[in-house]
Design a protein around this ligand. Structure first.
Ligand code: FAD
Length: 422
């Protein structure tokens, strides 16, 4: 075939598109503005601890089938630690540690009922809500997740212990703003069988677990990777496009856009209102051993929503203990010191260790962590430009690793269709 294609953006979407395009015989140039690949799934070297730390810890769901297939192809399947069946470890001040744990001895729907029955302060009182929720999941939903919950009279306890936690995790938005149609779609897919509902986490930093295997495979396939190469201008010619970095310019017939939608709009002069959500990650290191009872814990009614035991996830048993506290959709106006004090206080309770004092800490706040699900008109792309940017519509899957892989693969499928038509 020997057609040239340029991919702008070297995050997971761009890397996936590069692999699939190269496999189809395209000559691929991948442009990444940063000095290294990975985008939002990137890791940094943290000199004080001499370790690699992630932009933010990532959880996966068993339903991420295309991610798993891609990782299998690049021999990186073993980099994910999967639960056997869904277990959601939770904590709150009153009940302490408890969990939503499903038994694989029962079909998933019965296992979920059984799991809710066994949660403290639930039992049979949660049953009517659970049944209404299960029935309503079969129909398309409108408005916000909160609207959906009130329409179905879902009990406040079930909303707090199940829906709110899952909604923040999956949609990175509180229930009041999160799109009900998309969240319903996630639940339908994930809650269809044990294998899909279970959770997984990377057992090494993202750069090693995910990005390096993909980058190595790209190189094996002959993809030319240009890091520190920000595309600053995209110029349309009669038959093709010229891509400008500060140093170079090259011409391509086909372009796949795998940046954020805001960069795409800037390069293509599209005017559009975009909405993103923040994620704040507070990394803490301790000299003493801090081991949480689970690799991650959802904290209910706390400022820190997820407490990740990174040392446990990465099985680094020597040296410092590393905990990362995640606050999704952080709207607070607390100072950094106040945030630190709050999560530390919560961690002391969760770990039952009142004397904890971190020797290092690092805040990583990502303002545009996710492009949130909204109803919007998709912009029409100029000819030969394929849009693979993250901009989920109402009813579609929210912004995740899986949808990045899907967008990368679907962009190349679109490219092939385009060539068949022309
Ligand atoms: C803190 C955090 C936690 C998350 N947690 C989870 C989770 O638990 N589970 C989950 O499934 N998902 C999670 N996500 C979402 C997931 O990381 C993203 O949806 C996914 O990585 C998006 O990949 P992408 O390639 O589409 O975009 P990006 O990773 O943003 O890649 C875009 C790339 O384009 C590059 N770029 C921008 N402008 C230019 C330019 N002009 N020229 C060249 N290159 C350019 C950028 O540098 C970047 O590398 C999380 C995200 C964050 C930030």
């Amino acid at each position: 075939m020997n057609q040239k294609v340029a991919i702008i953006g070297g995050g997971l979407t761009g890397l996936t598109a590069a692999i699939r395009a190269a496999q189809q015989g395209y000559e691929v140039d991948l442009y990444e503005a940063a000095p290294s690949l990975g985008g939002r799934t990137r890791s940094f070297f943290h000199p004080p601890t001499q370790t690699w730390i992630d932009n933010g810890p990532h959880l996966l769901i068993g339903v991420y089938q295309r991610t798993q297939a891609l990782l299998k192809e690049v021999n990186a399947c073993s980099h994910i630690q999967w639960q056997n069946t869904l277990a959601l470890p939770l904590w709150d001040e009153q009940r302490g540690h408890f969990s939503l744990s499903t038994s694989d001895k029962l079909p998933f729907s019965l296992a979920l009922i059984h799991a809710v029955l066994n949660m403290p302060q639930h039992g049979w009182t949660s049953m009517p809500s659970l049944i209404r929720l299960a029935i309503s999941m079969k129909f398309s939903q409108q408005g916000s997740v909160s609207d959906w919950m009130s329409r179905q009279h879902i009990s406040a306890q079930l909303q707090q212990d199940l829906i709110e936690v899952l909604c923040l995790g999956a949609m990175n938005e509180p229930m009041q703003h999160a799109d009900a149609a998309s969240f319903c779609f996630v639940l339908q897919k994930a809650f269809s069988k044990h294998q899909y509902a279970r959770l997984g986490w990377f057992n090494k930093p993202l750069s090693q677990a995910l990005i390096q295997p993909l980058e190595a495979y790209c190189q094996q396939l002959g993809v030319r990777i240009h890091t520190s190469s920000r595309i600053v201008q995209l110029k349309k010619n009669a038959q093709d496009y010229t891509l400008h970095t500060h140093q170079t310019q090259h011409t391509y017939k086909h372009i796949i856009m795998a940046t954020s939608p805001s960069v795409r709009n800037q390069l293509l002069a599209i005017q559009e209102h975009l909405e993103t959500q923040t994620i704040c990650n507070i990394h803490l290191w301790f000299q003493e051993k801090v081991e949480l009872p689970h690799p991650f814990i959802g904290a209910i009614g706390c400022y820190g929503q997820w407490f990740f035991d990174v040392s446990q996830q990465h099985q680094t048993h020597s040296g410092l203990s590393h905990i990362c506290v995640v606050i999704s959709a952080d709207q607070s106006t607390f100072s950094k010191q106040e945030k630190l004090d709050r999560v530390l206080q919560e961690l002391k309770q969760i770990s039952k260790n009142p004397k904890l004092k971190p020797i290092y800490y690092k805040f990583i706040t990502i303002k545009d962590a996710t492009n949130v699900v909204r109803s919007h008109q998709k912009s029409t792309m100029p000819e030969h430009i394929i849009d693979a940017c993250e901009q989920p519509q109402s009813g579609e899957l929210p912004a995740t690793i899986e949808t990045a892989v899907m967008r990368g693969e679907d962009a190349v499928a679109q490219l092939l269709n385009l060539l068949q038509v022309t």
